[in-house]
Design a protein around this ligand. Sequence first.
Ligand code: BES
Ligand code: MN
Ligand code: ZN
Length: 481
Amino acid sequence: MVFADADLGVGPTASAVLSANEGLLARAAEAAGFSGKSRAVLDLVAPAGLDLDRLIVVGLGKAEALGDLGETDWMMLGGAVMGALGSSKAVEIVMETSEGALAPELSAAFAMGAKLRAYVFDRYKTKSDDDDKSGAEAKKLTLAVADTKAAKKAWAQADAVSDGTVLARDLVNEPANVLTTVEFAKRAEALEKLGVEVEVLDEKAMKKLKMGALLGVAQGSETPPRLVVMRWNGGKKDADPVAFVGKGVVFDTGGISIKPAGGMEEMKGDMGGAAAVTGLMHALAARKAKVNAVGVIGLVENMPDGKAQRPGDIVTAMSGATIEIINTDAEGRLVLADALWYTQERFKPAFMINLATLTGAILIALGHQHAGVFSNNDELVERLAEAGKATEEKVWRLPLGKEYDKLIDTPNADMKNTGGRTAGSITAAQFLQRFVNDVPWVHIDVAGMAMSSAKTEISKGWASGFGVRLLDRLVRDHYEG
Ligand code: BES
Ligand code: MN
Ligand code: ZN
């Protein structure tokens, strides 16, 4: 991404193009059925009578005025434009509206949209795919702006968040034979170069802490468990940190309660929560956020072998609570039980937000359009919902309550790890709530959002990096300074 001065003479300005070509635009729009619907694209290649190779018109929808469009709108426009660029290699875009120069933050948001749309995961392709040039990764995008210095400054912030999102996507995309628990921990350790303090707890350390719930999941795998603690101290010295906790099941076979074969490959993405936490810590550190933040990820692999845990086993969590394992495929909540307890006990955080690809049931309820959220704190979850609207990483609250909580009672232990066929996402959340104490807390079930997610202007689908922009926004709006 390059920002250049607007007066470098990169073609006619938007207003000049518009006023000189109303007839052409109207005819093209009519022929293509383009009505200016939000983010729709009208692509005119080599328009006659214009000194341009390409004129891309993007719909703004029903915005009353250009000023109504915020950062996320401009980000989505950047994505839509990048999606329309096809095989063009170097592109120059003048960031100017009919009302004058675009604010630096909005230019940066546009650039972020373009960068995220260009993302492809092609690390394992040994030959380039000629017919897929939608991955505009090889493009050089020059944005001509009024104030280069201000735009570069805004871009440094936006790019930190873009890079965090890309990191989360990469982690989700990596196959489990590469991204083992140990390798994931290494990638988290790489955040040290941004000033993040990273600690990696191994099996021995977790045994000492009596993390029987997490360790029970890990015991059927050759890949050893890890708990990674990432700390970014950008806030006041004695301010309580905000804490983010992620489910990091690098592969979920289901364990002894093994999953059906069809689609099981998708379970390489069962660490999407941990990926989002890692991506968020990257974003906060890279943009030097004025906040103290802790990221904790529980890394395990859920495999069936001779040492694997069985249905009927009873394990003791770090909190001291005993858990009867009914289904070894309900493993994420076991990992989080210890990660959440550890986080609140050690850090006494101002709040704790966990992200997890926790239940298939959340996909049935909310599809790929909203993540499900559960909370013990109205203010926190409302702030999160606001951040969701602002970033278009949307969340929808579902209920918690005593009547659901009792569904995970069992005569054999303090609780069981599944609640039966109905309300599966809620009983999973009730389980987590038993390990958060009184800390303000939100659980975000990202099973429908982190992976196999819908195509959008800024994502070609599957790994979306969901959660990084959302939580960065929450922090930026309420917990900095
Ligand atoms: N990782 C899965 C949830 C999941 C399913 C994520 C589909 C993404 C897409 C989780 O560990 C799981 O297996 N949950 C079970 C719980 C059940 C055994 C109570 C489920 O949702 O079926
Ligand atoms: Mn599972
Ligand atoms: Zn899982």
